[in-house]
Design a protein around this ligand. Structure first.
Ligand code: ZN
Length: 177
């Protein structure tokens, strides 16, 4: 059986706009973002394609979230800055006003980063008893890496899941009508 050819639209390597990345907010990691996008694109490509109007599965919605893309079309950009949302999707026009991730992303990041950093610090302290300055040198960069790197994807993931499950504050329904 002949190997399945790669879709032509996806074969060109992604171009990283270094100038724009350099001019952007201080905490951008273009290489990490490009690598993540490539992996997520591969995952999305391997998802069985549905009809355009078909409801996306939870996995498809989650992948759109991790890719920081519009939760409805999966094409448009979600962010205008590092964590600043665009007003609406530049592809399908979805108004992002409904989005309310609240403190959710920060809570998940705190839990994950806390477990990783505290776990590492405990192991190193118990095994080697290094001086305190070495703890600072080791864990401050790790704290920055484990909080700032996944923050965009985590916020976008929660937004995508909010959209998928149509989560919204409760409303009073007038039953008299
Ligand atoms: Zn869209």
């Amino acid at each position: 059986m002949a190997p399945r050819p790669w879709p032509t639209a996806r074969t060109e390597p992604r171009q990283i706009d270094w100038e724009r990345a350099a001019a952007g907010p201080p905490f951008r990691f273009p290489a990490v973002e490009a690598a993540t996008e490539t992996v997520i694109d591969l995952l999305i490509m391997n998802e069985p394609a549905g009809t355009p109007e078909a409801q996306p599965t939870v996995l498809q919605s989650a992948l759109r979230g991790l890719a920081c893309k519009c939760p409805r079309c999966g094409e448009g950009k979600l962010y205008a800055g590092f964590l600043t949302l665009a007003p609406s999707c530049d592809r399908c026009g979805l108004d992002y006003a409904f989005i309310d991730a609240g403190d959710g992303p920060a809570i998940f990041i705190i839990m994950l980063a806390g477990a990783i950093v505290v776990g590492c610090a405990l192991v190193v302290e118990v095994k080697y008893q290094p001086p305190y300055w070495l703890h600072a040198v080791l864990w401050l960069p790790l704290i920055l890496a484990t909080t700032l790197l996944p923050l965009r994807a985590m916020k976008s993931l929660l937004i995508a899941l909010q959209f998928h499950h149509k989560a919204a504050p409760g409303r009073l329904v007038d039953r008299a009508k």
